[in-house]
Design a protein around this ligand. Structure first.
Ligand SMILES: [Fe+2]
Ligand SMILES: [Fe+2]
Length: 274
């Protein structure tokens, strides 16, 4: 065995194959707002994670470090598996009458525009920004049992927690690649502002669309409860404000936010290897 083949990535690629056929209509706490919020997020993954993979792949030849090459391979493997499983869920949702294909195509067009017109380093800066976002949300999902316990379907709970574990495991890969290929602070910070703004607009618009399609647009109780639980006092997202802002610190590194204990706890709980 060559020295190169003996090097292992710090996290594994796990093969998953979820079956969504028994997932109920409102699988998150019987709540249309939060179910649609997470379905909307799921609709972003196939195109979004392909963009992450492509942006890292585009600079891969510039990386000579064999350890980092292994990390990149494992990162690509994990993201490809997330895409496969979220696509399977999205197809199921589509069959239930939720128009995910429309959302998926629109996100594809938006990211296609970025791929066509932005230099590779800026595309990688977008990936770093969105990977920070997914890593902080992932850790929060693992930390807040009051949230993950509200996923009243065991398959959906397992899929989201598996994805959360892996987002935590590989949270530093794109960032390390960005730094290795000479990515600068200003570009990283500017593209966090741009990526967050676009993500907030897309997520809001998709939420309105999914609620309207489901004839829940004027379910003010669901809107009020959902928005408060996300952005109110002790809200899922509002608690992440400082961690989000930490990305703008010049010396920031994703591993500054330790999530090892959470990963370990949930890997044991879900009986996942690694
Ligand atoms: Fe992912
Ligand atoms: Fe990721």
């Amino acid at each position: 065995m060559t020295a190169q083949a003996q090097i292992k990535s710090s996290f594994p690629v796990r093969r998953m194959d979820f079956s969504f056929s028994d997932v109920p209509r409102y699988w998150f706490n019987n709540d249309p707002f939060m179910t649609h919020f997470l379905t909307s997020l799921s609709s972003l993954f196939p195109e979004g994670e392909l963009f992450f993979i492509d942006s890292v792949r585009a600079v891969r030849t510039q990386i000579e470090d064999p350890v980092m090459q292994k990390e990149i391979s494992a990162f690509i493997g994990q993201e490809a598996m997330h895409t496969k499983e979220h696509k399977a869920f999205n197809d199921y949702a589509q069959a239930q009458g939720i128009d995910i294909e429309y959302l998926d195509k629109r996100v594809g067009k938006l990211l296609g525009f970025g791929k066509k017109y932005l230099p590779v380093k800026q595309q990688l800066a977008i990936t770093c920004a969105l990977e920070h976002f997914t890593a902080t949300v992932a850790a929060q999902l693992m930390r807040r049992d009051d949230w993950n316990e509200r996923m009243n379907d065991p398959v959906m709970r397992k899929m989201w927690l598996w994805h959360a574990i892996e987002e935590s495991e590989h949270k530093a890969v794109a960032f390390d690649v960005y730094q290795k290929v000479g990515g600068d602070y200003a570009t990283r910070a500017i593209f966090m502002v741009i990526a967050s703004t676009i993500l907030a607009i897309v997520a809001s618009e998709q939420q309105v669309r999914l609620m309207a399609e489901d004839k829940q647009l004027f379910n003010l109780k669901a809107w009020g409860k959902g928005l408060w639980s996300l952005f109110g006092k002790k809200g899922f997202m509002s608690e992440l404000t400082l961690q989000y802002l930490d990305y703008f610190r010049p010396g920031f590194h994703p591993n500054d936010h330790d999530s090892d204990a959470l990963e370990k706890k949930w890997k044991q709980y879900l009986a996942l290897n690694g």
